[in-house]
Design a protein around this ligand. Structure first.
Ligand SMILES: Cc1cc2nc3c(=O)[nH]c(=O)nc-3n(C[C@H](O)[C@H](O)[C@H](O)COP(=O)(O)O)c2cc1C
Length: 155
């Protein structure tokens, strides 16, 4: 049987955001799964085919100028029309790393995924303010929840 693909599309322009993406991946692979395969891609490398072939997606963005990162915006610009008719209901989760706020980035992503009609299966996580070690723990838990959800067919 074909494995279900859990796709992580994470923008990680700094050591802290690199840590967060690694923590998500650690969580995704922490529990042994028979049916789930996990891939992490930069938003610049992720293609419409990657999205069309996944069963769930985790999006990771920084907040830049009150919006999602340019990298994630570029990703959405490229995948939106090729995917819109084929990925309705796709389970997704979002984490935002924001030096100050994060609500603008969250809202901007939610606007796009609403258009795509993807389905939120985890409360979006906004990791704001000074970087804290606990952020990585939260990302790890998010990855684990998505992987287990997909494995057990909860989504
Ligand atoms: C050009 C630029 C714009 C930014 N704009 C915002 C912003 O609007 N809101 C915010 O909370 N943080 C903003 N930041 C901070 C980034 O979100 C933060 O540096 C990034 O998430 C990386 O986190 P780190 O510093 O922990 O590595 C901005 C950073 C840059 C470089």
């Amino acid at each position: 049987m074909n494995k279900k693909l859990l796709l992580v599309v994470a923008h990680k322009p700094s050591p802290n955001t690199e840590n967060l993406a690694k923590a998500v991946m650690r969580g995704c692979t922490a529990v042994e799964t028979k049916n789930v395969e996990v891939t992490c891609l930069s938003p610049f490398d992720a293609t419409p085919n990657d999205v069309l072939s996944c069963s769930a997606i985790i999006l990771g963005t920084t907040e830049n100028l009150g919006y999602m990162s340019g990298a994630i915006k570029d990703f959405f610009d490229r995948i939106y029309y090729p995917c819109i008719e084929h990925t309705q209901g796709l389970p997704y989760a979002l984490y935002v790393r924001a030096g100050l706020d994060g609500t603008g980035a969250r809202r901007s992503v939610e606007t796009v995924v609403k258009g795509l009609r993807w389905r939120s299966v985890q409360e979006p996580m906004v990791l704001q303010g000074n970087y804290k070690v606990v952020f990585a723990d939260q990302c790890c838990e998010l990855g684990m929840a998505m992987s287990v959800g997909l494995e057990t067919g909860i989504f």
